[in-house]
Design a protein around this ligand. Structure first.
Ligand code: NAD
Length: 451
């Protein structure tokens, strides 16, 4: 029987027997949770649950990652995560292990947080999910709940159920909405928690894990839960493509996109979030999730032309950025030296998966330019990019500079020093980080997006 759609605000009150630790003083019943896949989502989810008082084991097939974590070292850059991990390890609520052969039979919840990359046809590739499910299927105890947190196409809850092939185990969808760069904050203060499944009792058990957060919780059917994740990312990506298109129009008509987006965004129906123009969207989720959404729609018999246009428009945005650089160096990028500030797909993370910086750098390298890049935390290997450890080194003999990631520290660069090192006189700021006055005072010209 399908669960009724049930949206409620839970304020941390529950009638369960309370014991164990609670970070906010609200009583919780400690559950035993296994996280399968200790990447950005798995590690934050595991550490977050431990902070809420649950006993968590994070599992991964990557020995190097687990070795680091067992020493209290964090393999990714994420604000507040190191403190959370170390504090909960010391308290004995968070542990790490390689592989799932030795799963604790005391655990009741098994969170799947494995990658779901884009497959060759655009749809999500469920290979990792399948491997994980087949490996834990025979091991999990009776009445366990397998919770799917990976972003997966509609029908994946059924896919997992079929692969588990056990009547005594439940499967629930619980998609993740965290943003890299503020992932810990997002776990602790989510806008909403979505739980989907046909088994209402299992959904309520998953809901109980989050009671302390006092969050908006939506319990619904599995297909709706799965689609909510894709629909959300498709909408946000489309909103970004929209404001980038408005930025292009602003450049043509002499308007200032900063004023336009404020004037739009203060309308509560529109909102300011995801209304900031930039170099185009990227990251580990939007590119693959928008493609997967297209496929889901196509399989359902709907041609999602609106979303396809948002994706095309995003690729055009990378081209528009390259055009700005081409123009700044006099029309030909061959032999030009480009100083790039920022490699991660956004500030606050070291993640460079599908980063706009790499999309633009690739185009520049293809046209025969040299790209010298600096990022405060991200490292790229084998991309043909010369990476330097000092932000000023990118300006050394550069024909043009470009800001690709909105790291706050770029705002405070000594632009006189940068200008003295440069061969050219322009900086392209795709993120609106630099002040026009400061750039002009340094004798440089600012090339912005939408102004
Ligand atoms: P990730 O690549 O950072 O981490 C995945 C981890 O799973 C890796 O450490 C990998 O070694 C491990 N793994 C793979 N197969 C395994 C197996 N069989 N057993 C145990 N571990 C295994 O990926 P991520 O960014 O954390 O994303 C995970 C899922 O969450 C994806 O579906 C993604 O779309 C979704 N998601 C990601 C974000 C984000 O911001 N990164 C946000 C929301 C949802």
């Amino acid at each position: 029987m399908l669960a009724a759609c049930n949206f409620r605000k839970i304020r941390g009150q529950n009638d369960l027997d309370a014991h164990e630790y609670s970070s906010t003083g609200v009583s919780v019943t400690a559950a035993n949770i296994t996280i399968i896949g200790t990447g950005y989502v798995g590690l934050v989810t595991g550490a977050g649950f431990a902070e809420l008082g649950h006993n968590v084991t994070c599992v991964d097939i990557d020995q190097r990652k687990i070795d680091l974590l067992q020493k209290g070292e964090i393999p990714i850059f994420e604000d507040g995560l190191a403190e959370l991990v170390v504090r909960n390890m010391r308290a004995g609520r968070l542990q790490f292990q390689v592989g799932q052969d030795d799963l604790s039979l005391a655990n009741q919840y098994f969170y799947l947080c494995v990658p779901t990359p884009q497959g060759p046809d655009g749809a999500a590739d469920l290979r990792y999910l399948e491997e994980a499910v087949l490996s834990i299927g025979p091991l999990v105890p009776t009445d366990a709940i397998i919770v799917n947190k990976s972003t997966v196409p509609v029908g994946s809850t059924v896919f997992v159920e079929q692969h588990i092939n056990r009547r005594d185990v439940h499967v629930v969808s619980n998609p993740e909405f965290l943003r890299e760069g503020s992932a810990v904050q997002d776990f602790m203060h989510p806008d909403r928690i979505v739980i989907g499944g046909d088994d209402q009792a299992a959904c309520v058990r998953v809901e109980s894990l989050y009671l302390e957060l006092g969050a908006n919780i939506l319990i619904t059917d599995a297909a709706s839960a799965e689609l909510i994740k894709y629909a959300s990312n498709a909408f946000l990506a489309t909103k970004l493509s929209f404001i980038n298109a408005i930025a292009a129009v602003c450049e043509g008509v002499g308007a200032d996109v900063d004023k336009v987006r404020l004037g739009m965004g203060y309308d509560s129906r529109i909102g300011l979030d995801f209304l900031h123009p930039g170099p185009g969207w990227g990251g580990s989720c939007f590119p693959k999730d928008t493609q997967a959404m297209l496929r889901i729609a196509e399989d359902a018999g709907y041609d999602f032309e609106l979303l396809r246009s948002a994706i095309t428009s995003n690729n055009d945005q990378f081209e528009r950025v390259v055009n700005k650089l081409r123009h700044a160096v006099g029309g030909d990028l061959q032999g030009a030296r480009i100083g790039m500030l920022g490699l991660s797909f956004k500030a606050g993370t070291d993640d460079t998966r599908m980063s706009p910086a790499l999309a633009v750098a690739k185009r520049l390298l293809n046209e025969g330019a040299t790209v010298v890049a600096y990022d405060p935390v991200a490292v790229v290997l084998a991309e043909g990019i010369e990476q330097v450890m000092d932000p000023y080194a990118v300006f050394d003999n550069a024909d043009v500079g470009i800001v690709m990631t909105e790291w706050p520290e770029f705002k405070w660069l000594d632009l006189h020093k940068a200008a003295a090192l440069m061969r050219g006189h322009a900086i392209v700021d795709t993120r609106g980080v630099l002040e026009l006055g400061g750039v002009a005072q340094a004798g440089l010209s600012l090339v912005a997006v939408g102004r």
